[in-house]
Design a protein. Sequence first.
Length: 403
Amino acid sequence: MASAVDRYAPPRLGSRELFPELETRVYANHASLSPPSQPVVNAVSACLSQYARDGMGSYANETERRERLRGRLAHLIGAPTRDLALVGNTTAGVLAVALGIPWRRGDRILVFDGEFPTNITPWQQAARREGLELVWMRADDFRTDHAGWLQQMEDHLRAGIRLVAVSAVQFTTGQRMPLETMGAMCRQHGAELFVDAIQAMGVVPLDVEACAIDYLTCGSHKWLMGPEGTGCFYARAEAAARLEPNVAGWLSHADPFAFLTRAPNELRYDRPLVQSARMVEFGTPHTLAAAGLEASVGLIDAIGVESIFEHVQAWHDALEPGLLDRGFSSARMVENEGRSGILSVCTTDAAAGPAWSRALAEYGIESASPDGWLRLSPHWPNGLDEADILLAAIDEIRAGGGP
Ligand SMILES: Cc1ncc(COP(=O)(O)O)c(C=O)c1O
């Protein structure tokens, strides 16, 4: 079957050619949601049409597609395909682990103040159910004091932590967390590392081996540029072997279709549950979203995450000095390892982010304002000339007395 990449002009950094329907003048909000490219739109629509024609006859194709997609996603994070499952959203992966670890009363989970609630709520629920303790650190303190922050984390690990749950990239500031160091520290102190990768996967190089990540979860509609309603969950084989299948369903069994396709007497309820990340694929999947995601990840693969990261940094480099000249402060880290797809700035008025975001929208510039920051998040189709458009809009807004 031809891939999405074969059927279209190859994706080019800085070109919106594959986004003919996108109306926004500057779309710098991929950290919230990516507008689907034409290959994604067509893949979803072709999949739906196939179902309209063939009904159940489409199922085998889509099963094959899901396996290809698992492979592509696994490749993006340096994982074996067998350790990767498709899930409905980022939260599904957090829940699978929060409800699946055979906790002991009093176990401690290290979580970070400032994280998106996806990576907090399920741990809170697990803590309530299982008598666990949440230990809190401030994620943002890492920006100002790397060594002190890591020391604090090590002190907590030394005191006994069962699992560390962190986002690869903080959704507010774009701060990329030091996963390699964190993973090594976790290993040394016998803790597991859980990563919410939705603000990283597709724009920031990630390697679950190099970072000793035990579990990773990621939704598809941000930097992976797919539709909402799907995503992936990785569990290192040894970690998955310890998980209890508390969120298992009929598709979590080995050979789950046997009773539908073979001779009678295959309808049994005692088939073993798959003891891998796949156990979380418990029911009928979102096939259309998977079709779209395969197309978007095909485009990302065709360019390469390293090149996308460099392009996005060039976009930030073109814009950031002009923002600083205009009195904004930037949360962007100095070192490349701390940078991501997000450029967040603020003014002396901590509440100004939403007003700036709204004012820019009037100029056809799409941004976001999480927790008061003005967040700009371009991806591979964003042109480097967009910095001039943004700065001109800011000057006009200021000249008009705004935001
Ligand atoms: C860091 C982070 N995690 C998770 C999510 C979303 O989680 P879910 O895919 O479960 O809706 C977001 C944003 O929507 C996010 O910024």
